[in-house]
Ligand binder design. Structure first.
Ligand code: AMP
Ligand code: MN
Ligand code: MN
Ligand code: MN
Length: 277
C-alpha cells in the first residue's frame, strides 16, 4: 500500500520547520505521497512542491481552512487545489486577517491571570506574521515554564472556557468548500473525532458538508486516538465519504504519532487518493 500523508504543517503556519524540512522528515518516515496543509495559507506550496520532487515524493497541493460551524471551530482540508486560484487566495487572506488582533486579545486575557508579555513572547515564535496561532502562545508558555507541554497549555489556558481563550469567527463551511472546489480541489473534514459535537450534530455537519460537495473525512490522523480509526472508517462508509490519512505533523517531538508510525487506512474504506495516479 502507498504511504500517503495528506496533513502536515510548516512554519508558514504553526509548524516549526520550513516546508523543505517537513518534506525531508516525511520522506525519512517513508512517505511516498505528501501534502503540505498549512492553516489558512498556501504560501509554502512552491517550496514544498520543489522539495517533494527532490525527495522523490509525489506532491499534493493542500490547505487546512478554519471555519466556524454551529459556534465551534472546525477544520476543512483542501487537497489537489490550484494554489493560485484567485477566489481561494482572497478567501484565505480574509480568513487570516483577524489573527493578529485575536493574538493581542489573547495576550490581554492572559495578563489578567498574571501572565504578562505573552503577545510579544508568542510573536517570537511566529515566522509568518500573517499567521499567529494559539500554538505559538502554547510554545511560549511551555518554554516559560507555565506548563509541561503544548497539550497542557491548551487544556489550562487556550480552550473554550479557559482564561486565554478568545472567541473568533472564521470562514463558513459553505465558503471553505466553495473555495476548495472552485480551485479544482477536494474538500475533506479534518480530524472529525476532535470536535465536541453530539452524534446528532456531527451527523448534521456531515450531511451539510456532503450537500455542499464535500468528498472525504480524515479517518487515520495523528489528531485521532487509535480507537477512533475504526469508528470514523465506519462513518465514512455510512455517509459515502472517501477516507483520508495524515499525521497532522507540526514539530519533531510534538506529534502524537510520527511519520513512520501512523497506521494505514482500514481496508474497509476507499482512500481519497484512489483515482489520483
Ligand atoms: P488556531 O488556529 O490559532 O486557533 O490554533 C489551532 C491549532 O492549535 C491547531 O491546529 C493545533 O495545532 C493546535 N491545537 C488545538 N488544540 C490543541 C490541543 N488540545 N493540543 C495541542 N494542540 C492543539
Ligand atoms: Mn495547527
Ligand atoms: Mn486541524
Ligand atoms: Mn492540522
Amino acid at each position: 500500500m502507498l504511504k500517503v500523508d495528506l496533513h502536515c504543517h510548516s512554519n508558514v503556519s504553526d509548524g516549526v520547520l520550513p516546508p523543505a524540512e517537513v518534506a525531508a522528515c516525511a520522506r525519512q518516515g517513508g512517505v511516498e505521497v505528501w501534502a503540505l496543509t498549512d492553516h489558512d495559507e498556501v504560501g509554502g506550496t512552491a517550496a514544498a512542491r520543489a522539495a517533494a520532487q527532490e525527495q522523490g515524493m509525489r506532491f499534493v497541493a493542500g490547505v487546512e481552512i478554519s471555519i466556524t460551524w454551529a459556534g465551534e471551530t472546525v477544520h476543512i482540508v483542501g487537497l489537489q487545489i490550484d494554489e493560485n486560484n484567485e477566489a481561494l487566495v482572497k478567501g484565505l487572506e480574509a480568513t487570516r486577517s483577524g489573527r493578529d488582533a485575536r493574538g493581542q486579545e489573547i495576550g490581554n486575557q492572559l495578563a489578567k491571570v498574571g501572565i504578562h508579555g505573552a503577545y510579544e513572547g508568542a510573536l517570537e515564535y511566529v515566522d509568518n506574521p500573517a499567521l499567529m496561532s494559539r500554538t505559538h502562545f502554547a510554545r511560549f508558555l511551555v518554554d516559560k515554564g507555565y506548563c509541561k507541554d503544548v497539550p497542557e497549555v491548551f487544556k489550562k489556558y487556550l480552550s473554550p472556557g479557559q482564561p486565554g481563550y478568545v472567541e473568533h469567527r472564521w470562514a463558513t463551511l459553505q465558503d471553505a468548500v466553495g473555495w476548495i472546489k472552485g480551485a479544482g480541489g477536494i474538500a475533506v473534514i479534518a480530524h472529525p473525532g476532535r470536535y465536541k459535537f453530539t452524534d446528532m450534530q456531527e451527523g448534521v455537519l456531515f450531511d451539510e458538508f456532503k450537500q455542499l460537495g464535500g468528498t472525504a473525512i480524515e479517518v487515520v490522523t495523528g489528531s485521532h486516538t487509535p480507537d477512533q480509526y475504526p469508528e470514523y472508517a465506519k462513518l465514512a462508509n455510512a455517509y459515502g465519504f472517501l477516507a483520508s490519512r495524515g499525521t497532522d505533523f507540526h514539530a519533531p517531538g510534538e506529534a502524537r504519532v510520527d511519520f513512520g508510525l501512523l497506521p494505514p487506512l482500514p481496508g474497509s474504506v476507499k482512500p481519497v487518493w484512489h483515482d489520483w495516479f
